[in-house]
Design a protein around this ligand. Structure first.
Ligand SMILES: NC(=O)c1ccc[n+]([C@@H]2O[C@H](COP(=O)([O-])OP(=O)(O)OC[C@H]3O[C@@H](n4cnc5c(N)ncnc54)[C@H](O)[C@@H]3O)[C@@H](O)[C@H]2O)c1
Length: 313
């Protein structure tokens, strides 16, 4: 199995290490901060314990044994067929890192970026290896959330897209293949549309931020972990999706017409939301709650896997 190199070993890089190593790949991590790399070793071991507890892996020691830590980029990428870059979401940092990678990568090495929103065209244009660069955007943490959005730059070779699609499928992820660049790719555009409506509801005094969370958590979000919005509406009218649009289209058109003005994501709005959230969750408990969320995601992954087998996909 081909070697995988991970450049940037923070939150997302560490989860990628688990994705590739549990599938049997040798994985080399590199990070500009030696302290982060040391911390990564501890965090990965603890995440593997959690995954074992939720029966999502059965041999954490052999997964750990496939993960190594490099002190130089060139050591990490030596012999690697695929590199997953997960450095901070700043254009100048991505540009620098890719310039370095361009000097040291092999002739057939492919590089996927974890970037949440910067198109690959913004940091790969002048590189010799640009045809082998693309975005491979995960949802955090990729070790329990399988979606990966693959997005090419205009010069990305189709064979590079094919390779990463096949690799991601092989390691148990769920890749989708975008045909062209668009800000936020697919998932964050969808999330952005929902967030924008959620903010309007709070701004307009219709309900509280907590009530928006309840509407998603105990309402429409329940089905979204196993079917998407199109399948949802296909099943919500006796005659399927066209029947649904016929019945409820006018309602959605009315909503659309009432929300034409772009929303101002203002500091004042951020302050109001911050105040409501901090009342429910003090800032010093954010990371504890993130760990709770990751364990809930593991439990959900286990449940979805069992339900796929018992009831069908
Ligand atoms: N956190 C999320 O929810 C999430 C989700 C999907 C995608 N992403 C994307 O993943 C990428 C990484 O995000 P993150 O949340 O892991 O950030 P992070 O800050 O946790 O990790 C980034 C790591 O990169 C290291 N780094 C900085 N400069 C470097 C360099 N020149 N070479 C090597 N390493 C370097 C930092 O030391 C840090 O450990 C970003 O592009 C982000 O948009 C994040």
């Amino acid at each position: 199995m081909e070697k995988i190199a991970l450049i940037g070993s923070g939150l997302v890089g560490q989860a990628w290490a688990i994705v590739f190593a549990r599938a049997g790949h040798e994985v080399a991590l590199y990070d500009a901060s030696p302290m982060t790399l040391e911390q990564a070793e501890v965090t990965i071991a603890s995440r593997l314990n959690d995954l074992t507890r939720f029966k999502l892996i059965d041999d954490p020691d052999s997964v750990l044994g496939r993960i190594s830590y490099a002190i130089k980029t060139s050591d990490a990428v030596a012999g690697a067929r695929y590199i997953q870059e997960s450095v901070p979401e700043r254009l100048e940092v991505k540009r620098e890192v890719y310039k370095d990678l361009d000097r040291v990568v092999g002739d057939d090495t492919i590089i996927g970026s974890s970037t949440s929103g910067i198109p690959a065209s913004a940091f790969t244009e002048s590189l010799a290896c640009r045809a082998r660069c693309l975005v491979a955007h995960p949802i955090n943490p990729p070790s329990v959330t399988p979606l990966v959005e693959l997005c090419p730059a205009p010069w990305t070779d189709a064979t590079a897209m094919d390779y990463v699609f096949e690799l991601m499928t092989r390691v148990g992820q769920s890749p989708i293949r975008l045909k062209k660049e668009t800000p936020g790719f697919v998932a964050n555009r969808l999330q952005g549309a929902l967030l924008s409506m959620a903010l309007r509801l709070v701004e307009d005094g219709v309900c509280t931020a907590e009530e928006v969370d309840i509407a998603i958590r105990d309402g429409i979000g329940r089905r979204w972990s196993f079917i998407g919005p199109f399948e949802t509406i296909d099943l919500n009218a006796p005659g399927g999706i066209a029947d649904y649009i016929d019945r409820y289209g006018p309602l959605y058109e009315e909503i659309e017409r009432s929300t034409i003005a772009p929303l101002d994501w203002s500091p004042a709005l951020a302050r109001r939301l911050e105040a409501e959230r901090r009342e429910r969750l003090p800032a010093d408990r954010l990371s504890e709650r993130s760990e709770w969320r990751d364990r809930r995601l593991m439990a959900l992954a286990g449940h979805n896997r069992a339900a796929d087998e018992k009831i069908g996909k």
